[in-house]
Design a protein. Structure first.
Length: 583
């Protein structure tokens, strides 16, 4: 093996790793909505958790990435440690998909059907289709498909280049002796673990082993412990990602480690004992890509089948490793570990934004409840809630901006822009809630009281505002365009109410039924309520416009008011009747 073979092998390895990364990214982008759907079905049942781990790993082509996501979920208290264990087990089985794809490159024979299924025969066509989709089509989904095809093609070309480059090693005695060393179970496991720990991908290390099998010098006896070691090495990524997390997240990483160590020890000891007794003839046979895929899959399935009923024991073992103490162990709402799968990070961001919306809704309702009956304890709760929404806005804004720097599917990028806009609207409404509380406090301290007609008018307007908050917030949480469309006619009614209340207030001033000082408070309140309705209208408008992949809400509102449809007119009249007040 000369220098050029070495350079070809290095280039092939680089192409292989790059192709694996690109294909995984393309699959993740293309299957973003499917990932969200899978997460939505996450339950405490063992089998659902197992299938979730298997499905996500099969999509993103990395058990390490899945486990990092799980660590992030546990750290954010999205899932319990018990749920995480089942998902981790499923991930170990899901990672075997890659080895089967790579095993196709080992097909041999002159039969035309065999040649057709050999990847090097059809990947040039896939690469051509992929580059056309990726470079010349504007549809993002087709671009993602192009990325998948390109990634797979580059991966296969890299695999083929590695296999071709290492074939001369078949004649090198030193290489044969090194591989014979790995027939020692301990050294084989160590080699597999170290290689996988360095490149942080069991799929990639299995692919490298499959490429080396082209030399004909990799025996089944040496491949088995190496594959077992690769499962241990893949735990490195999760262990690194768990640094700085809460205790349960660290426990999840250790569950992943213990699961693979225990599975490896049991089957390695069992295999060694049986081999010493029965002297298996196949251990000295040369392994090929197909056999390595079979060993890899069999080991992962058998390990999972063996340890699946003992998830509780793995959990206890993790608790013994990461012990509880008196220090408070807080989870975080948003974990940057989820950035490895942007669609999941966006899904989490939307959930947290929904939590922010709930806080804001309750905050404004509490503020309106004490307008005529000020209570210091409720006022304190409103101010604390407003401070909390400020924290949510800062946290979500920073998280989404950082996430936007990652490669995302067009749907996820659109959702990130939508959430960035909406958190500002929610936070502004919480500010108005504090304004209502301040007006209530001023009235309480100065012992001011509105006339009964003024109180009735304000109560009517507050009921309308409460309804538009309920409509707009629900339209966001449920992504309901039809519900969002009903917010704008109500907002128009609230605008009309403001004008009517101002006129009525002027009439009361002229009749000396109200003081100028009370008039200032009254004017401030109806302005705050009307502006709250404006922000609710913006929220609903954003939901509608984003469904059309647009953020031009001003244009939407202008068109709606210039050319209202029958539904708008009907709803407007219904709200006008519902929230009517006297002259």
């Amino acid at each position: 093996m000369d220098l050029f073979n070495i350079l070809t092998m290095i280039g092939g390895l680089a192409l292989f790793l790059f192709g694996l990364s690109v294909m995984g990214t393309g699959l993740e982008k293309s299957a973003g909505n499917r990932l969200k759907s899978l997460l939505g079905k996450m339950t405490t049942t063992k089998w659902n958790g197992f299938l979730l781990g298997l499905g996500v790993t099969a999509i993103i082509q990395s058990s390490s990435a899945t486990t990092v996501i799980v660590v992030g979920f546990v750290n954010s208290s999205i899932m319990s440690l018990k749920q995480a264990i089942n998902i981790i087990m499923g991930a170990n089985v899901g990672t075997t998909v890659t080895s089967w794809l790579l095993s196709l490159s080992g097909l041999e024979g002159d039969n035309i059907f065999v040649k057709m299924f050999k990847p090097t025969s059809f990947t040039p066509i896939l690469a051509l289709i992929g580059i056309i989709f990726f470079m010349f089509l504007k549809n993002q989904k087709k671009k993602d498909i192009g990325m998948i095809l390109l990634g797979f093609s580059v991966l296969i070309f890299g695999m083929d280049a590695m296999s071709t480059a290492v074939k001369p090693l078949a004649e090198v005695e030193a290489f044969r002796n090194i591989l014979l060393m790995f027939s020692n179970p301990f050294l084989g496991v160590l080699a597999g673990a170290v290689l996988t720990g360095i490149i942080q991908s069991s799929s990639a290390s299995v692919g490298i082993l499959q490429a080396l099998s082209a030399t004909g010098q990799v025996t089944i006896g040496s491949a088995i412990p190496i594959i077992m070691g690769q499962n241990i090495g893949t735990c490195v990524t999760a262990l690194i990602s768990s640094v700085g997390t809460n205790k349960n997240a660290r426990r999840a990483a250790f569950v992943h480690l213990y699961f693979n160590i225990i599975g490896t020890l049991i089957f390695l000891i069992l295999f060694t004992i049986l081999n010493s007794v029965f002297k298996f003839a196949f251990v000295s046979l040369a392994a090929n890509q197909f056999i390595i895929a079979v060993v890899h899959t069999s080991f992962n399935i058998l390990s999972t089948a063996l340890l699946f009923p003992f998830g509780g024991l793995l959990e206890k073992l993790a608790y013994k490793t990461v012990k509880d103490n008196d220090k408070e162990d807080k989870s975080i709402l948003l974990d940057t570990r989820l950035f490895s799968t942007p669609s999941i990070a966006i899904n989490r961001s939307r959930t947290v934004t929904g939590e922010m919306a709930d806080i804001v809704r309750d905050c404004m309702r509490q503020a309106m409840d004490i307008l005529f009956d000020y209570r210091e304890d409720v006022a304190t709760q409103v101010r604390e809630a407003e401070a909390k929404t400020d924290m949510y806005e800062d946290m979500l804004g920073t998280y989404l901006v950082k996430l936007s720097g990652h490669s995302m599917a067009i749907e996820d990028s659109t959702e990130a822009a939508k959430l960035l806009y909406l958190i500002g609207e929610f936070e502004r409404i919480s500010d108005y809630a504090v304004n209502v509380v301040n007006s209530s406090l001023e009235m309480y301290e100065k012992k001011m009281q509105f006339s009964q007609p003024a109180q009735n008018e304000l109560k009517t307007m507050m009921l309308a505002v409460d309804e538009i908050i309920a409509i707009s917030f629900a339209s966001f949480k449920e992504n309901d365009i039809r519900l969002a469309a009903s917010a704008e006619p109500l907002e128009q009614v609230i605008d009309d109410l403001k004008s009517r209340l101002k006129k009525n207030h002027i009439s009361r001033l002229q009749c000396n039924e109200c003081t100028i000082e009370m008039g200032f408070v009254f004017s401030d309140l109806i302005t705050v309520l009307e502006r709250t309705a404006d922000h609710c209208s913006n929220i609903a408008g954003c939901v509608i416009e984003m469904s059309h992949k647009s953020m031009d809400m001003h244009d939407y509102f202008d068109k709606l008011k210039r050319q209202p449809d029958d539904n708008y007119i009907r709803q407007y009249n219904e709200y006008l009747k519902k929230y009517s007040i006297g002259v």
